[in-house]
Design a protein. Structure first.
Length: 664
């Protein structure tokens, strides 16, 4: 009994000693920081560094587990590239302390204008077509009338090359005949095709969506189109030309041309028609709905901003980046799917520094088919809508300004502050609840359609390893995670941007115990007996046809893997894989070191040398030269995320041959 009490006393004393040591270390660290005059940075709180002529210094304290995320941005209104050099040195006392980001002042946005269809028509001289009643409960479904080839024909001009938009020889004359007419829509088909060449139900689906969905719903939120040709209906041209634009190199689903709404322009630069172009190879289904929502948003916006025939003053045409952002936000406001956005969002997050946000003219900048730019502009405007409400979109469509000036009028906030707040919000990426009249929700660190997101990709920088250089496009951002490998001390980070960068530096401190993972990925040459994605019976995979991914948790951390994703996403290559829940178990091949299996097969053991190995089927990745990006998202017991990335370069000739043989 005496020995039992003695043992208990020793345990208590050791516990108290450990507690006092911990408090002592914490007090010593705080005294150390106080002696240097460096204020404590609160984890998760945003800070800013002062910038003078594209130069910035910021002093930080680095302890063994200290980690920071620095957000380096360019505010230059240019699509050019700007270099930012970052260096570090030890210092004895701080001078350039980061400042807490001041709270945003309440916006001074004016009263919400009346957005009823009648007020829009009256105030902006938009000619209303014959409208169905907006009460869908009392509206009969559209009855589409199919018409014979004897109905009036029409000729449209379509820009089909990659030449100048100002050169009339770059346009093709497209003769078309009317194939259907609804209450509010008229559908034409390129004379190159007959209706039997179209997917069954395509014409009827388009008419139904316009008559019973798009035109009534848009009228109550954004307004309606201007009836440029005075025929009382909106026109849709179905043409195979959209599968071979730019000399046959580009295929798109649809588009709307602002110049068609300009009555003063001569053909072929304007068709003098309220219209939309749709690829005649389109298949009816959810993506068609998303496509029509997107393009009809452009039509309504152009109607508000282009000159009308009665000579009333028009608003300036919106800049391309904001015009596309409006259309993408409308997709998720009016119930469209993610098929027009998922791969674009993922591409932007894979390399945020490569894609400028503000682009006045995508075509003239050579960024017409830049999917990463489109992902950026959607995420940015989405942030503004989540912050200021869906009325932001209606303000943007109806305001007499364009670009960033229009955005500042709609939000009452400077573009510089909006840009900083948006980039900081990407780090957290918390999903938002979907409410009526709000954009559909999604998780920036979760699945989106068939794609897996993992927030913005971070570049790791050990500040004691030497200087680094970051390449930024104008109005783009790089996310850098900082750590230090040498002794704890104060360090001064110096950022030097090229002339004209318009540098912006933000900073967030991470918790010292925040979870971390490391991943490695490579093409595997060995045969796997991993279970298939669908959970079917295990079958050997072809040699070289798997992507082996190793996940390691840092010492002392027990993490649960929530998602493993891989993708080829460059140019027009778009091939995603995403595994969650039980599907993660289906691709696991081993756990190292070997140990007893646990109930939770998705938990990453915390032993220093422990790792888990997965094999992802690579048959989806058909382009042997396009890199594959692998992303892993894990969480700890407190729900805090850890994200790991890896890029796998092109396959070797032996792997390409093995893959080809397996397919044969």
């Amino acid at each position: 009994m005496r020995r039992t009490w003695l043992a208990a006393g020793l345990v208590a004393l050791s516990t108290l000693a450990a507690l006092f040591a911990l408090l002592g270390n914490r007090q010593s660290s705080e005294q150390h920081r106080a002696s240097h005059g460096l204020p404590a940075l609160v984890p998760g709180t945003a800070y800013v560094a002062d910038v003078d002529r594209d130069q910035a210094d910021v002093d930080l304290e680095f302890q063994p587990n200290s980690r920071y995320i620095v957000v380096i941005s360019s505010l230059a209104r240019s699509t050019g590239t700007f270099s930012v050099a970052a260096s570090c040195r030890e210092i004895a006392a701080p001078t350039f302390c980061p400042r807490p980001l001041p709270p945003q002042q309440p916006s001074a946005v004016g009263a919400e204008p009346d957005r009823s269809a009648s007020s829009i028509v009256n105030s902006r001289t938009i000619e209303a077509p014959v409208q169905a009643k907006t009460n869908r409960a009392k509206t009969n479904r559209a009855k589409t009338n199919t018409v014979s080839s004897a109905t009036p024909a029409r000729t449209f001009a379509v820009h089909v090359t990659d030449g100048s938009l100002d050169d009339p020889t770059q346009y093709a004359k497209v003769a078309a005949h009317q194939v259907a007419v609804g209450r509010n829509v008229r559908i034409y088909l390129d004379d190159q095709q007959s209706q039997k060449d179209l997917a069954p139900g395509l014409v009827g689906s388009i008419a139904d969506l316009f008559d019973n969905e798009l035109i009534p719903r848009f009228a109550s939120v954004f307004g309606t189109y201007r009836d440029v040709d005075g025929d009382g209906r909106f026109s849709v041209l179905l043409s195979p030309w959209l599968s071979r634009l730019q000399g046959g190199r580009t295929s798109i689903g649809g588009f709307v041309r602002g110049s068609d709404f300009e009555s003063h322009l001569a053909p072929p630069f304007s068709n003098h028609c309220d219209m939309m172009y749709v690829n005649s190879q389109t298949i009816p289904g959810p993506h068609l709905r998303t496509l029509l929502i997107h393009e009809y948003t452009h039509a309504v916006s152009f109607s508000r901003r282009t000159g009308s025939r009665d000579g009333h003053t028009s608003f300036p045409e919106e800049e391309d980046w904001l015009n596309e952002a409006l259309a993408h936000c409308a997709e998720t406001l009016f119930g469209g799917g993610w098929t027009n956005l998922d791969y674009r969002i993922s591409r932007y997050l894979n390399d945020t520094a490569a894609y400028p946000l503000v682009v006045e003219d995508y075509y003239r900048a050579g960024l017409w088919r830049c999917h990463g730019c489109r992902g950026a502009t959607y995420l940015f405007l989405r942030y503004c809508v989540e912050r200021f409400g869906a009325q932001t979109l209606t303000r943007l469509i109806g305001a007499p300004a364009r670009g960033t000036s229009n955005l500042e009028l709609a939000t009452g906030c400077s573009f510089e502050r909006l840009f900083r707040d948006w980039t900081l919000s990407l780090i957290d990426g918390s999903p938002t609840a979907h409410a009526p009249n709000q954009l559909a929700s999604f998780d920036l660190y979760g699945p989106l359609g068939r794609w897996g997101l993992a927030g913005p990709r971070l570049r790791n920088w050990d500040v004691d390893s030497g200087a680094i250089t970051v390449q930024l496009k104008g109005t783009s951002t790089a996310f850098i995670e900082l750590s230090a490998s040498r002794k704890p001390n104060l360090r001064r980070l110096h950022f030097s941007g090229a002339r004209g960068t318009q540098l912006q530096i933000s900073l967030v401190r991470l918790s010292d115990d925040s979870p971390q993972i490391d991943i490695e990925a490579s093409w595997s040459q060995r045969t796997s007996i991993a279970q298939g994605v669908t959970g079917s019976a295990a079958t050997p995979a072809a040699v070289g046809n798997v992507l082996q991914t190793t996940v390691r948790a840092r010492s002392g951390q027990d993490l649960t893997i929530e998602q493993i994703a891989a993708e080829q996403n460059a140019g027009e290559d778009r091939a995603p894989l995403c595994f969650r829940s039980v599907l993660i178990k289906s691709i696991e091949v081993s756990v190292r070191p070997a140990g007893p299996k646990t109930e939770s097969t998705a938990t990453v053991p915390s032993a220093p040398q422990c790792c888990r190995v997965f094999e992802l089927p690579a048959k989806e990745f058909s382009d042997a030269t396009c890199p594959v990006v692998v992303k892993v998202v894990a969480v700890d017991s407190r729900g805090r995320r850890a994200v790991g990335w890896a890029t796998v370069r092109e396959r070797s000739p032996q792997q390409v041959a093995a893959l080809a043989a397996a397919r044969r």
